[in-house]
Write a protein that binds this ligand. Sequence first.
Ligand code: ZN
Ligand code: ZN
Length: 403
Amino acid sequence: MSKEKRDYYEVLGIDRNSTADDIKKAFRNMAKKYHPDLHPNDKQAEEKFKEINEAYEVLSDPNKKERYDQFGFAGVDPAHGFDASGASGQGFGFDSIFDDFIGSFMGGSPFGGGRGGGRRAQQRRGSDKEMDLVLDFEEAVFGVEKDISVKRRIPCGDCNGTGAEPGTKPEKCPTCNGQGKVMRVSQMGGFRFQQVTDCETCRGRGQITRKKCSKCKGTGIVTDIDNIHVPIPPGFPDEGVVIPIRGRGDMEEDGSIPGDLYLNVTVKKHPIFKRDGKHLIRELSVDYLQLLLGDEIPVMTLEGTQAKLKIPPGTKTGETLRIEGKGAPIFRDDKGRRGDLYLTVNCEIPKFKELSAEERTIVEELAKKRLDKIHERFAKQEEEIKTMQDKKNRKDKKKQGDS
Ligand SMILES: [Zn+2]
Ligand SMILES: [Zn+2]
């Protein structure tokens, strides 16, 4: 399905100013029209139905709607997200919203009891989980393979999620005859409503367990540690990243769609290096003679190797010099390019007492030769300030005179 995606509002045939109610109404109408039970074996209707559901899934959720309005598909589409699990994302909770409307219009067999092997229309979706993931500065810059452990609700391994004690078998629920759903009829304002709800006896599973599994106490679900491999690519952004990992949240029951796991990533600070996207920045203390006469020195890069820095003669303190290609790798750059390393130089004046008698003599000689020039420059600088101040005073006086 690589065909162009249609705008969600267009899919539901509404405009962007539609209220939540409008959206719901539009969705129900469209979903009724294209429901697969009314179009058996019609691939096109099924696609359309999925499209409608996907649009509704987003537009009915205020958060997702906002993201979609702002960023389009990139704001909500898991394909644009980060699927660390390697498994293809569940995508939109196509099935999860099925329940929301299915009882409202179908009189027949809404859960398609006769259809074998099809999608489980009544599938539930478990809740999402959230976790913090802290990366070292270098890990974010150069990438890292992280293994994290998350406690989540998953199917019981002992009974394979059936809830039945191993060796025994779950039986067909007598209340719903294995359907998992029951039809309820209620009266309201003279209308009869038919509603399909989960069977209470089997909690929607269609099966009951005579002898409960001792590990999961018959629920079919246990809370267990799940180890998840999270590859952090080089050049990973160091601020405000949330990695969604599809399908690694909690499960509601066996066969339900698991929720998602969200990793809130924070990156630790480095004592020396700072980051500005693909560039790295550090400070460098150098002697005034190096700034004055220029120098070529080895400096440490973040990866712990030396790089050659050329200080041009006459470099000022606070100036920033650059070493090309020694910054952070560019995130998801297929050519493996890197940013630059920026070094802000700070002038270091040697301690007077550290100068030897000879050095002092040389410096004094130099000062004697240059002192006139130095004083001249200083006087000029102060003169410029004075001129500026005079000008301002005159202006102020003129203003006072005017008013
Ligand atoms: Zn069990
Ligand atoms: Zn039942």
